[in-house]
Design a binder for this molecule. Structure first.
Ligand code: IVH
Length: 703
């Protein structure tokens, strides 16, 4: 086969693969409805990666392999918007909304047919995506701009490209079906799904980092990160809600049509949307949205109501900063004002002391909140908080409620009592300690009863060993009865032991109003059976979860997974040196020290052995890191400017590639340095790609 046909075949296969991958990306990331397995999807991606490596000249920026690219060199450029990105006026009540509706109707004039489109107001950051004519009649994502000051935004294209629900290109056929031109602009909201937000925060907590307040802040911070790799890991999502032409004008006569066209073109458009003829129907929509608010996988803070006809929109125009033709009905914030009755200090499973505000109970977004975290001593100082103060409490993304600020006005006088951080552990009276680099104090006693309690709760919790039914009450009783002295004791609990657990119930006699207290089994026979079955089932959890369950400082879900993949057994991990540990991605000195410290403690090693005897999983399949060099063959020749032959070989192998001694047809790349000899000639003869050291480094950096 001649070189030309060879590469024509490859080009066809590459294009076919790209279309297939785009199709499956759409099913998975936009419609949440995949039709093939992850493994099959990975296979397609790997085949494409391999072909693109063999034919680097065929790589195009809209290839699904090119979502994560280089970082912007000098920060984000500021670029003018095609038309200002405005904000919306808010209404907070039915009466205000009806006023708005009346204004719209009177301004639109007698006889104007006013219909509305209702959409959810997603709580994220707004974004403008510009698509321009690409090859073969397709549209290609050219630029992503943040709102910025409304007139100019920041060019965050490199980051937006990593969002998998943002199409990098849209085929001619799709555009035709959607009735869209090759060049257009889409505006919408970048959001962080709650699942991603919770995961991130759980991981941050395990690693001793400060928690993010809500998904919106996280999304906003992420989209402005200068590291596309990190952005890609954060699993952001994009919901489209405006379709404009390239000059920023309306493209279609109706908003409802625009949303449908965007859906057809492959964008994620919130399915909770409706075109409605009257404000009565709009109010009913808002009512339903408020009820659904807690069942969605993302945060919404209201409903946006837009006039459907774009002609009427133009007629209505703008007031200063906001359109007259749209309004945001805002839900009451999930915050409330209440008084701090006390500040208590809780001891966590790693001995960390967390100050918690005890609040006068207040209802926030349907749940009663009586406690809110204050994170650490520095945070109390930052807030200037005194016991007795009134504070604003927020519940963002339904994480632990947080004190946002101290409120002071004529209805809310300041408190008086200053809080002093205790000098000793409030649970066991031991010394507490804080290292210079950390914000937190810790109880030094590894036998502190609070640590055991929290360790047990962590071990049993969802996402760790998933032992349903082993909550605070049961754990407290187990400890009280001395039935459990370590995590391992959970594995051998019996029905008879659980039957010993009791609690007091107080009942009031309906006739006499007298109160009676009696003790009753805490866990009924049926629940005991279920709980024991849950414990049995938990023993089958894979190594990474067992490891996570041990509650080692800084070893969160993700780190545990990486460690299990790398070491393949608890045994290997327990005997790994700090150096070996730090070879694992994302494991730095702090983490390696915590792991060593944990396993150097003989009681912890004993715990692991007991768990092993109880039948828990202590090995895992070593997983090879998937990478772009997977399956590629390299030959090294000559003297490279900075890497030794061994170093280059190690780097290639670490990225999944193979290094062999002689050049053949099977060779994908020859890496040549100074005074390369016959191998280089042979490579040229066979048409094998030749790289210098810089190109090799670049390729490694990309994988
Ligand atoms: S329309 C000029 N539709 O809410 C029209 N905005 O308070 C402005 N938002 O900046 C935007 N979901 O970030 C619109 N379905 C939706 C929305 C939405 C969320 C955000 C957007 C905007 C802010 C306005």
């Amino acid at each position: 086969m001649t070189h030309a046909t060879h590469s024509a075949d490859a080009a066809a296969r590459i294009e076919a693969l790209r279309e297939k991958i785009r199709h499956h990306e759409h099913l998975y990331y936009v419609l949440d409805n995949p039709s093939i397995s992850d493994a099959e999807f990975d296979d397609l991606t790997r085949e494409l990666q391999r072909l693109e490596h063999e034919h680097p000249e065929l790589i195009t920026p809209d290839s699904p392999t090119q979502r994560v690219g280089g970082k912007p060199k000098e920060g984000f450029a500021k670029i003018a918007h095609s038309r200002p990105m405005l904000s919306l006026d808010n209404v907070m009540s039915e009466a205000e909304l009806r006023d708005w509706d009346r204004r719209v109707r009177s301004l639109a004039g007698e006889g104007a047919d006013i219909g509305y489109v209702c959409e959810y107001k997603m709580d994220g950051v707004s974004m403008a995506l510009q698509y321009r004519a690409g090859a073969d009649g397709a549209a290609r994502l050219e630029r992503g701009l943040t709102r910025g000051d409304g007139t100019t935004g920041e060019d965050v294209t490199t980051n937006v490209r990593t969002i998998r629900s943002v199409p990098l290109s849209i085929s001619k056929a799709k555009l035709a079906k959607a009735g869209m031109p090759q060049s257009f602009e889409v505006r919408g909201e970048v959001v962080m799904p709650l699942s991603a937000f919770r995961k991130l925060n759980a991981d941050r907590e395990a690693r001793g980092l400060a928690l993010a307040a809500n998904p919106r802040n996280y999304a906003a911070g992420t989209i402005r990160t200068l590291e596309p790799n990190i952005v890609a890991q954060r699993r952001l999502d994009f919901y489209a809600y405006f379709l404009l032409n390239e000059r920023g004008e309306d493209l279609l006569p109706e908003q409802a049509e625009a949303l449908d066209a965007l859906t057809t073109a492959g964008f994620r458009v919130n399915p909770h949307r409706e075109a409605l003829p009257s404000i009565e129907r709009v109010l009913a929509f808002i009512e339903r949205a408020a009820q659904q608010r807690d069942q969605l996988g993302y945060e919404i803070d209201g409903v946006v109501i837009k006039v459907n006809s774009t002609a009427v929109q133009r007629h209505l125009g703008y007031t200063g900063r906001a359109p007259r033709w749209a309004v945001a009905y805002k839900f009451t914030a999930r915050g409330g004002i209440t008084q701090v009755q006390d500040i208590r200090v809780q001891v966590g499973r790693t001995g960390k002391l967390t100050p918690v505000a005890v609040l006068t109970p207040v209802s926030i977004g349907g749940t009663t909140v009586s406690r809110a975290t204050l994170h650490n001593a520095d945070e109390i100082e930052r807030l200037g908080l005194l016991i007795g103060d009134y504070v604003k409490v927020e519940r963002g993304g339904d994480v632990i409620p947080k004190v946002v600020e101290v409120v002071e006005d004529k209805d809310h006088p300041r408190g008086h009592r200053e809080f002093r951080f205790p000098a000793h552990c409030p649970e066991c009276g031991s010394e507490i300690h804080r290292t210079e680099s950390e914000a937190d104090y810790r109880c030094v006693n590894i036998d502190c009863p609070a640590r055991l309690r929290e360790s047990l709760l962590h071990y049993a919790s969802r996402g760790v060993m998933n032992i349903e039914g082993l909550g605070e009450a049961v754990v407290a009783e187990l400890l009280d009865h001395g039935l459990v002295k370590s995590i391992a004791d959970l594995c051998s609990l019996t029905d008879a032991q659980l039957a010993q657990l009791q609690h007091e119930v107080t009942t009031t006699d309906r006739k006499t109003g007298q109160q009676k207290t009696r003790t009753q089994a805490l866990v009924g026979p049926r629940e005991r059976k279920d709980l024991l079955a849950e414990i049995e089932a938990s023993k089958k959890a894979p190594l990474n979860r067992v490891l996570y369950g041990l509650g080692i400082r800084f070893v969160g879900e993700r780190t545990a997974q990486l460690l299990a993949d790398e070491f393949g057994s608890m045994e290997a991990l327990m005997s790994a040196s700090r150096e070996e540990l730090e070879r694992v991605n994302e494991v730095g000195p702090r983490v390696s020290e915590a792991i060593r410290e944990f396993f150097d403690e003989s009681r912890n090693r004993e715990l692991v052995h007991r768990l092993e005897r109880a039948g828990l999983t202590m090995t895992a399949e070593k997983r090879r890191k998937s990478s772009q060099l997977e399956g590629l063959k390299f030959v090294l020749t000559g003297t490279l400017p900075s890497l030794s032959r061994e170093q280059a070989k190690a780097k290639i192998e670490a990225a999944g590639g193979r290094v062999s001694g002689s050049v053949s047809k099977e060779t994908n790349y020859v890496v040549a340095g100074e005074e390369a000899g016959s191998k280089l000639d042979r490579a040229r003869e066979l048409g094998v790609a030749v790289l210098n050291e810089a190109e090799l480094e670049e390729m490694l950096a990309r994988s």
